[in-house]
Write a protein that binds this ligand. Structure first.
Ligand SMILES: NC(=O)C1=CN([C@@H]2O[C@H](COP(=O)(O)OP(=O)(O)OC[C@H]3O[C@@H](n4cnc5c(N)ncnc54)[C@H](OP(=O)(O)O)[C@@H]3O)[C@@H](O)[C@H]2O)C=CC1
Ligand SMILES: O=C(O)C1=N[C@H](C(=O)O)C[C@H](O)C1
Length: 251
């Protein structure tokens, strides 16, 4: 398998290149800035991506960058009929529409979190939310100090699931001042500190009891592994939007 990895000098880009090399997956590092690339990895600048995808036999593109760049890279995939795995988070609605339209032409798998355990967390949160009506729900997410978007993409996915399963619909971001908690709120709390890889915790409290569900990523390799698994799985599929849970169910 050959994958093109955008944002190759970034935290995730580097981790994917490392893990791909361990797995014997060939990579093309797509980077605006890369200077210290391993000789075994070929590189290209983002501007040349369309011609590289057209000329080289690339099985999938893996993108962990920023939303504006991500949708541009996806255009190159559409132009060259290359499947796309997108891990970038923080998209606006118009960018999500663009991704949706691209998936009419090429297979696209976008996930806010490529850790398999987060799919477990999502299922458990859904179950708890449905089983504990009326309980207060609060979510905390904690990441490294370089993360741009807040709340995290994973937090937003968990919040969507909680809202689907409960009557709570009002997201309250942080708490400050004199304001008692109202029914129907979901508290959302964001921490940015040090090099923490990614933690998500959902608290359900009521009836004199507390249920806490937590996922903690201990290394970026867990996300890189999921993205590489997704790329291998996506290659050769029909154009449409796919989910990471489909990959997990199958591998
Ligand atoms: N879905 C998941 O499982 C996970 C998702 N993420 C998400 O992945 C994304 C990247 O995270 P992370 O690696 O920590 O971020 P970094 O900031 O470390 O890396 C992002 C890289 O993207 C490239 N880039 C930045 N701006 C542009 C631009 N305007 N045009 C083209 N390329 C650009 C740069 O690479 P270069 O200079 O080489 O081009 C940069 O180093 C974030 O949205 C994050 O939330 C992170 C971890 C897991
Ligand atoms: O930026 C990160 O680091 C992470 N981002 C993803 C998100 O926004 O949910 C996934 C993971 O938590 C790491």
């Amino acid at each position: 398998m050959t994958v093109a990895v955008t944002g190759a000098s970034g935290r995730m880009g580097r981790t994917i290149l490392e893990l791909a090399s361990d797995r014997g997956v060939e990579t093309i590092a797509v980077s605006q800035t890369f200077t210290d690339v391993d000789e075994a990895v070929s590189t290209c600048k983002p501007e040349t991506l369309p011609s590289v995808l057209a000329e080289r036999s690339v099985d999938a593109l893996i993108d962990f960058t920023v939303p504006a760049a991500s949708v541009e890279f996806l255009d190159a995939c559409v132009e060259t009929e290359t499947p796309a795995v997108i891990g970038t988070t923080g998209f606006e609605a118009s960018e999500l529409d663009r991704i949706e339209r691209a998936s009419d032409v090429v297979p696209v798998l976008r996930a806010a979190n490529f850790a398999r355990g987060v799919q477990g967390l999502l299922a458990l949160v859904r179950e708890a939310a449905g089983a504990l009506p009326g309980y207060d729900v609060e979510l905390t997410e904690t990441h490294h100090n370089g993360k741009r978007d807040a709340p995290s993409g994973t937090a937003n996915t968990l919040l969507d699931a909680i809202e689907e399963e409960t009557d709570a619909t009002e997201r309250v971001y942080g708490r400050d001042g004199i304001q008692p908690r109202n029914d129907g709120e979901i508290g959302v709390h964001v921490l940015r500190a040090g090099s923490i890889r990614g933690e998500h915790e959902v608290v359900f409290a009521g009836n004199d009891e507390v249920l806490t569900l937590t996922h903690r990523a201990e290394s970026r390799r867990v996300f890189a592994a999921g993205a590489l698994d997704a790329a291998a799985w996506l290659h050769g599929r029909e154009p449409r939007r796919y989910t990471f849970s489909e990959v997990i169910a199958d591998t």
